[in-house]
Design a binder for this molecule. Structure first.
Ligand SMILES: CC(C)(COP(=O)(O)OP(=O)(O)OC[C@H]1O[C@@H](n2cnc3c(N)ncnc32)[C@H](O)[C@@H]1OP(=O)(O)O)[C@@H](O)C(=O)NCCC(=O)NCCS
Length: 140
């Protein structure tokens, strides 16, 4: 895997979740986390080129730890596999507890697959045709 496709420890997304993101028990709704996972993976996929990507699949996902309002939640995304028209990204989610910032827990991990599509929604090659984006180039 070319090192340019490997995330540094900077997360693709880092956020604090709010009361609006909770379920009926007062903890964060799993669907909110899934939505951020989808976005974080897309941030990593976009490094391959400014394609239009659609999400085609997400592997089995488990939530061994809850996320609480006020936790700092980080979504680390690394390109795991580059296919012909698809790219698969591993997204790891960690929560730094609001109640104790010294405690960070792994919330979940997922493999998300995106397909590059043309204007008609048909798969197109992820490599070759388009220049790699400089969105994440280091500042000079
Ligand atoms: C993504 C989409 C364009 C793929 O179309 P398709 O006709 O199935 O295309 P293909 O069979 O040629 O597969 C394209 C690539 O997707 C991969 N793929 C297809 N289904 C997959 C799945 N369930 N999981 C992982 N990868 C999958 C194929 O392996 C292939 O990868 P490769 O080219 O790197 O080898 C089409 O399924 C689609 O439009 N889906 C809806 C996407 C969407 O709207 N997502 C948001 C849902 S709310």
């Amino acid at each position: 895997m070319p090192s340019a496709f490997r995330s540094p420890r900077d997360p693709a997304i880092r956020t604090i979740l709010l009361p609006k993101d909770t379920n009926g028990h007062g903890t964060i709704f799993g669907g909110v986390i899934l939505s951020y996972i989808d976005l974080a993976g897309a941030v990593a996929a976009r490094r391959l080129g400014p394609h239009k990507y659609v999400t085609v699949g997400m592997d089995k996902i488990a939530f061994p730890e809850p996320v609480y309002v006020g936790d700092v939640v980080s979504f680390y995304a690394d390109v795991n596999h580059i296919g012909t028209t698809s790219v698969t990204v591993k997204v790891r989610v960690e929560a730094q507890r609001f109640a104790d910032p010294n405690v960070t827990v792994k919330v979940t991990e997922a493999l998300v697959t995106y397909v590059a599509v043309d204007a008609g929604g048909r798969p197109i090659p992820v490599k070759g045709g388009l220049p790699r984006t400089t969105l994440f180039a280091k500042k000079k």
